[in-house]
Design a protein around this ligand. Sequence first.
Ligand code: 0X9
Ligand code: ZN
Length: 429
Amino acid sequence: MRYLSAFSALLALSSTAGAAVSRSEGRPQTKSYDGYKVFRVEVGTDASKVSGIVEKLGLSTWKGAPRAGTFSDIVVPPQSLAAFTKATVGMNSAVMHDDLGASIAEESAFQTYEVGAAAVNATWFNSYHSYADHLQFLNDLVAAYPTQARIVTAGNSLNGRAITGIQFWGSSGRGVKPAVVFHGTVHAREWVGTMTTEYMAYNLLTNYASNAEIKGFVDKYDFYIFPVVNPDGFVYTQTNDRLWRKNRQSTSGSTCIGHDINRNWPYMWSVSGGASTNPCAEDFKGPSQSSAPETTALAAQLRSVKASQGLKLFIDYHSYSQLFMTPYGYSCSATAPKNTELQSLARGAVAAIRAVHGTSFRYGPICSTIYQATGSSVDYTNDVVGADYVFTSELRDTGNYGFVLPANQILPTADEAYAGVRYLLLNMK
Ligand code: 0X9
Ligand code: ZN
């Protein structure tokens, strides 16, 4: 296998006249993480100790504010290393990235993509890819199965990018069976979610003709897979800052950019405690519900699918933490009407995931499993859209690499995630 950086890919292109068209976008990273380290620190019983250090040194964390009894994954720039090391003496900690810049560079060695239906093969999952190549891959997948797949869009992002997905169907034709909808990469830096949702489409389409079980799934449900529901943020992670999370929306009265789309859905949005009202925070809920055009577009797409054909299953894929979660995020005391069945399905999915590569996922309602999160896709899709089964999964890992997961883990992440989906497809009523 040959991996090419964007630059060497360009050189290769210009020097091989007549070769298959290949493309790989340039990746100017204006924000350098060279010399940054990422530490995983055990928080202990008193969270204020670690959060005090984070605040004093102005550090960012990858998984929200430090919480008692958990680990906190903390990004430390070179100029704060000495102070951080001194402040954390005696605390249990491990190094996740010794040089975050080097880890990002390694992860960003995108394989060149040979455009065309012949390019639809498993090597796609050997590296991460540019946004343009993701769109091309979806187009090529459709080109390979033109009678049973098409490109769909769920409105436009703030910056005018079409939120693009692939719809595919089986022997009954398009749009007649209940829908299964998967979202990936609402949080822009969670790249393995893009690859994993694409793998679902790839696996189901390429094996439809040869695998009776898969044919059964695709004949029974109409699939809509949106690998990048936050395209502006995703592009920004590839052009400006690998660790960007939110969309790219401004807020009046603040110089900070970004609304967290997964805190912006118009259901229980005003409940306090599950999102930030600070425009500079990573989990900023937006100045009003549905302030983000992406939220509005995605909500409308889900409602329309539900109205026209029914919505059997919705899964919102994130990373990282290895979790398989159910409603609700907004409250730890509210219980989803179907909670018993949802927990039983989640338990089964987690066992199926573990059977593939031994990867352990935990499961349970969002609020009690991780933290309270208001205005999330899951609560809206469960209660407002009225989908039959709603989940959200945090993919690999549990804190060795976090968001910057090496490319050789894409395929195992995706095929174990498929095993979870397979369990649901076999066991949902
Ligand atoms: O905080 C979040 O939005 C999610 N964790 S992440 O680190 N990926 O940002 C978890 C919230 C629950 N997920 C959904 N409601 N989809
Ligand atoms: Zn996320």
